[in-house]
Ligand binder design. Sequence first.
Ligand code: 1PZ
Length: 208
Amino acid sequence: FEDAVNAGTPLSAVAEAFEELSALVKSGGVHFDLSLKPFCDACSLVSVLFGCLGIAFKFAQYEYVSKVRDLDEASEIYGTLNNILDCDVENDTVKSPGSLSRNLRRVRQGLDLIRALFQNFLSTDDCSLKDAASTAYAKVCAPYHTWAVRTAVSAGMYSLPTREQLLERLNETGESAEREMRRYIDASRPVIDYIDKLYISRHIILDW
Ligand code: 1PZ
């Protein structure tokens, strides 16, 4: 009954999409070849969360959405995540600005950022969104962003909504949000690990 009540929220849609993705990845064995299409579909859902953050994060939304779109547009030609890596390795463009392998790496960092943010958000009842987001950003993304981006992000943090505003905008209660965030935290892990292995198995060190 509770699930039915919560069925239509953006957060539950994100959780469900990542559970499906994670089930695919987990069922596939070591040589599983994840298709770009379902991956990009799930990643696109995440962008609804940006709508709750206010205009200061429009740039982050644009950055994230355009990278997911590039990957999505490549899905028919490349088919799978593995093929993207193979092609960029061959052309020595894995880390080149705008390359699909680089975009995939950035999208993966976005997914991990949300995971860390949810984890911080749930760790205590009185953790503000600003604190949860700042800590998550510092750990997951800041080491790989330029000084200018880090400065803009830390200024933007002050404009984030409060905990209560966020829940309201997401159409969640404290309890329902906790449930959906936990679903995402659990489901995103295998997907993030899968993406990391695409690079590691090709001897690409993930320090960028
Ligand atoms: C409720 C959620 C609150 C989350 C608040 C945290 C917001 C963090 C904002 C990060 C802004 C990043 C802006 C630009 C970054 C670019 O420099 C990099 C590098 O791009 P490249 O040089 O490789 O082309 N771009 C990215 O890392 C793309 C993804 C960044 C955004 C991910 C955020 C996703 C999570 C938001 C959740 C709603």
